[in-house]
Design a protein around this ligand. Sequence first.
Ligand SMILES: *Cc1c(COP(=O)(O)O)cnc(C)c1O
Length: 357
Amino acid sequence: MSFTSPHLAALAPYTPGEQPAIEGLVKLNTNENPYPPSPRVLAAIEGAARAGLQLYPDPESRVLRGAIGRHHGVAADHVFVGNGSDEVLALAFDAFFLHGDLPLLLPDVSYSFYQSVCRWLDVAVRRVPLDDGLRVDLAAFEATRGEAVAGMVIANPNAPTGIALPLDALERLAQVHPQRVLLVDEAYVDFGADSATALVARHPNVLVVQTLSKSRALAGLRVGWAIGQPPLVEALTRVKNSFNAYPLDRLAQAGATAAFEDQAYFARQRDAVVHCREGLLLQMEDLGFAVLPSQANFVFARHPAHDAAQLAAALRARKVLVRHFAQPRIDQYLRISVGTPAQCEQLLQAMAACLQG
Ligand SMILES: *Cc1c(COP(=O)(O)O)cnc(C)c1O
């Protein structure tokens, strides 16, 4: 006998990177920002905590959506917000990709949470292989023109490869199935890629999802958003209000709004991460790694002479945590978040020792 709904057996829940409480650990496994958020964010959260927690938050998050809209140069009716971009993604899959048996097109190597949501909502998936350079294969997507599909999702830059498509390629993708939504997950876009938000005015099927978790150092606050034309935002709101009318609490709305008001702080720590990434890439190449070109806050690399899973375990023994995916095509790669210069130095020293050992 089982108490669960029958479909639970078919779920494939996402496995987040571990968050172990080990003293002195260099944690480079979940692409968090190595720097704390802006002091203005903390002040805004403190203020919100003192004012009105007995009251429900604004279910429409109007102030925050206004701030996000100004940041992107769109009106607030083009902005949807949720409790982390994972929630925005899940609501978007429900709103746009349930079309009977028609498949959602996804790159074969991408953010694995998409697959978890598809299993949960029972969306069929068609995997479109990355090319031999582990790049999103634009031609392979274009070859599906005229076929009946549920929609398309890509992460740009892609995860876990870090490789980005340029804006003209994104625009071509938007035109492959103009009657379906193209969802572009831009969790890492601030670290060097072009944003598809530039396409939203011209393409009613483009929905762009971003997050405060990576470039704005607020993974703990859980705020993500989508940018799209108002009919897409209205559809997302309809699903949201069928699930949870208040996904963002007062602290999150206040802190997230402040994050958009401190552009100087944001630019400084973003530039620090990008600078460190470029140095790390060169030094890893000196150690013999093949490193993919990254537009994100992580690098994806393999060593021709060392097994990736063993290397990850050896690094862990030296208190450096990186991410290994036991998945076809990428099981010889490590995904390594870019930390502070001191963390990158510790990583490189531990790597050098592991490669000798
Ligand atoms: C980290 C990440 C997310 C999740 O972001 P949250 O806003 O923290 O839920 C979404 N997509 C990709 C590709 C990510 O790497």
